[in-house]
Design a protein. Structure first.
Ligand code: G6Q
Length: 550
């Protein structure tokens, strides 16, 4: 494929950027009262206002030309139809098959993967129903009260984020806990809260070789056995979610207690598979199916909507526009919904692990910026912290505001205040406050000319800062499914334009390898000299101060 920067469409965008880079967003709104109607989209129950962007009809045309020149439609088709879109790991990426609510087969290596997908879903449904209705009991005959998910990265962030996001729908008896960090404090503090007789441990690991997860799982098993339970009781208290059945059996978990998935499900895309079990236990299978349906509806939109009205394509093009032509290196996710408090962290992994790449699919070095840094916190909290930098700092930080109109916990005027804050922020970022406006405001408040002169620079706002706003009626299971799928496809389309592989993660693999070898060296209890002087110095200092040298 042609290097993206050599495409005519890329060059046209660069030229167009020169034409409009000094036009203020205020001017765009003043020039066209129909801007809001022009730059909005609806899909799968989500509404997107993207009018507060550095975007004219000409920009839109240029961006769509880039999507076409990058074969976005063809690449989406390849992913959905099970082609090998992850060549460095020689596999397709078929998270969309996991939420395929239609009757069409999805073929991998000549086999339809839908029957096994449905089979695992059915087993998950039966198991979760039994835990939820109390017929699955612990070894002393009591219903389960606590579920501890042991996993990390893709085997943790997705279910954790979704369980939190759908907390209002949670089962009343079941408390969900997540242990991911190998820092013993994470496990110890969690075990303090639970009773071994009524706790179910889920060991979630695609590979079942991840050091942190296996270490945590072994510690949980020892704690369980030390509490008086027998080896035979493990079967009622430990289940595994994995693709590696031999490692699961070797750990001591019964094959009947394992829910499988497949190597064509990437870790950070695995929430739709058995990895979703904590969510199923929390909200029940019926709601999990609504969640899958939301994602499926977004999949259908992504597959069939023309590029010009395709929501994930639009969001991806805007990110490319800012990242590559406006020099924006970060992207803020601001959910105005307390239950979405882990959503920015989830998107951080989805986006940064997928598109944090510096070679093209063919292995050649990129000559463009790829994935931006993604970060965020729920509003309104962020407004009282880092929003200052958004309003008056020197960096351009495109923002996605996410707002559910109906609260799941209606309380007086709270929701109206939340909405007012959300809308006010995007307006303020876009409009700013000119010196003339400030002067009039200060004069009306009786300020002296001297004060006005001194404070004008500090108290005026340049504005011109872009954002998208996503609205949803209520953060229901369906809406959450659609929202996650929207961002998954956005990330894919960005990768399609940058011509990078969003499905591998060699950096994560490197971390796994390095920690293992340093741990092995530390176990030898000898002074270490095989690294650079800093790493040797740190290891040796730690060994010495902890009296671990032989
Ligand atoms: C996700 C990454 C990574 C992975 C974890 C856990 O896409 O590959 O975050 O999910 O390293 O891996 P396991 O599920 O194999 O334990």
């Amino acid at each position: 494929m042609t290097n993206p920067v050599d495409l005519e469409a890329w060059k046209a965008l660069a030229a167009h950027h020169d034409d409009i880079k000094t036009t203020h967003l205020r001017e765009l709104f003043a020039a066209d009262p129909t801007r809001f109607d022009k730059f909005q989209l609806s899909a799968a129950g989500l509404f997107l206002d993207y009018s507060k962007n550095h975007l004219t009809e000409e920009t839109h045309r240029c961006l769509l030309a880039l999507a076409e020149a990058s074969n976005v439609t063809g690449k989406l088709h390849s992913m959905f139809s099970g082609e090998m879109v992850n060549p460095t790991e020689a596999r397709p990426a078929l998270h969309t098959a996991l939420r395929n609510r239609g009757s069409e087969p999805v073929i991998v290596d000549g086999q339809d993967v839908m029957p096994p997908v449905r089979d695992v879903l059915e087993r998950l449904g039966r198991f979760s129903d039994a835990v939820r209705d109390g017929s699955w009991t612990g070894y002393t005959g009591q219903p389960i009260t606590d579920v501890v998910n042991i996993g990390i990265g893709g085997s943790d962030l997705g279910p954790l984020m979704a369980v939190e996001a759908l907390a209002p729908f949670a089962h009343k008896r079941l408390a969900l806990h997540f242990v991911s960090n190998v820092d013993g404090s994470h496990m110890v503090s969690t075990l303090k809260k639970v009773n071994p007789e009524t706790t179910l441990f889920i060991v979630a690991s695609k590979t079942f070789t991840t050091q942190e997860t296996l270490t945590n799982a072994h510690s949980a098993r020892s704690w369980f056995l030390d509490s008086g339970a027998s080896e035979a009781d493990i079967a009622r208290h430990f289940v595994a979610l994995s693709t590696n059945s031999s490692a699961v059996t070797a750990f001591g978990i019964d094959a009947n207690n394992m829910f499988g998935f497949w190597d064509w499900v990437g870790g950070r895309y695995s929430l739709w598979s058995a990895i979703g079990l904590p969510l199923i236990l929390s909200v029940g299978m019926e709601r999990f199916e609504q969640f899958l349906q939301g994602a499926y509806d977004m999949d259908q939109h992504t597959r069939t909507a023309p590029l010009a009205v395709n929501m994930p394509v639009t969001l991806a093009l805007l990110t490319v526009w800012y990242n590559n032509f406006w020099g924006a290196h970060s992207h803020l996710i601001a959910p105005y919904d307390q239950y979405l408090h882990r959503f920015p962290a989830y998107l951080q992994q989805l986006t940064m692990e997928s598109n944090g790449k510096s070679v093209h699919v063919n292995g050649s070095a990129v000559q463009l910026a790829t994935g931006p840094v993604v970060w965020g916190e729920p509003g309104t909290n962020g407004q009282h912290a880092y929003f200052q930098l958004l309003h008056q700092g020197t960096h351009l930080i495109p923002t996605d505001f996410i707002m559910a109109l109906e609260s799941l916990n209606p309380l007086g005027i709270h929701q109206e205040l939340l909405m007012a804050n959300c809308f006010a922020q995007s307006e303020a970022l876009m409009m700013g406050k000119t010196k003339a406006e400030l002067k009039a405001e200060m004069q009306a408040a009786g300020a002296s000319e001297e004060d006005i002169k001194q404070l004008a620079g500090h108290r005026s706002f340049s504005g011109n800062r872009p954002s998208n706003t996503l609205l949803v009626q209520q953060m229901s299971p369906h809406a959450l499914g659609a929202l996650i799928a929207l961002y998954e496809h956005k990330v894919f389309v960005e990768a399609a334009i940058w011509d990078i592989n969003p499905f591998d993660q060699w950096g994560v693999e490197l971390g796994k390898q390095l920690a293992k070898s340093i741990h092995h060296e530390m176990e030898q209890k000898n002074t270490v000299s095989s690294h650079d002087s800093s790493t040797n110095g740190l290891i040796n200092r730690a060994l010495k101060l902890k009296n671990l040298l032989a």
